[in-house]
Design a protein around this ligand. Structure first.
Ligand code: THU
Length: 159
């Protein structure tokens, strides 16, 4: 049996000012969006901000429900709105931030599996990599494409 290794490059910034100006703006918008989340059950407020190639920044946050599975993550709230409002525009980047009861979480938030799959679909649909900027108090991590977060993914080439 052969083995194969998959390498991914992760940028790690200890301070937001190490990011370029646009990425800093995206993180700040994600933080603001998180503060408007509806998360009465988890008290974990997540915000996302997308950058589209038409220059629009689209924010989203998590929307929970008493029927828990009905809720939606911040990333997909933003992504589905962006794809419905601007179907011709490509998503260039997404920043994600989250607050718990103590404030901005210490370690960067990483998207859940369903959101990774949703990001991958948009990446493939647009044939454009989506930079994923994951923000926390201690540092911010960046990967250059969403598919880096989902190795061995299922996609439409397998249908
Ligand atoms: N959540 C997100 O919005 N994005 C993530 O990447 C992880 C989890 C939300 C879902 C739920 O409302 C709360 O955070 C706790 O899981």
């Amino acid at each position: 049996m052969k083995t194969k290794h998959i390498d991914i490059e992760i940028g790690i910034a200890d301070h937001l000012d190490e990011l370029d100006k646009t990425d800093q703006d995206l993180v700040r918008h994600a933080q603001e969006a998180a503060k408007r989340a509806y998360a009465p059950y988890s008290n974990f407020k997540v915000g996302a901000c997308l950058l589209l190639d038409n220059g629009e920044m689209i924010e989203g946050n998590n929307q929970e429900n008493a029927s828990y599975p009905c809720g939606c993550c911040a990333e997909r709230t933003a992504l589905h709105y962006a794809n419905s409002r601007y179907p011709e525009s490509k998503v260039k980047a997404i920043a994600i931030s989250a607050f718990n009861g103590n404030g901005l979480i210490d370690e960067p938030i990483t998207p859940c599996g369903i959101c990774r799959q949703a990001l991958l679909e948009t990446e493939m649909r647009n044939k454009k990599s989506i930079k994923v900027i994951m923000n926390g108090q201690n540092h911010t991590k960046i990967v250059n494409c969403a598919s880096d977060l989902l190795p061995l993914a299922f996609d439409n080439s397998q249908l």
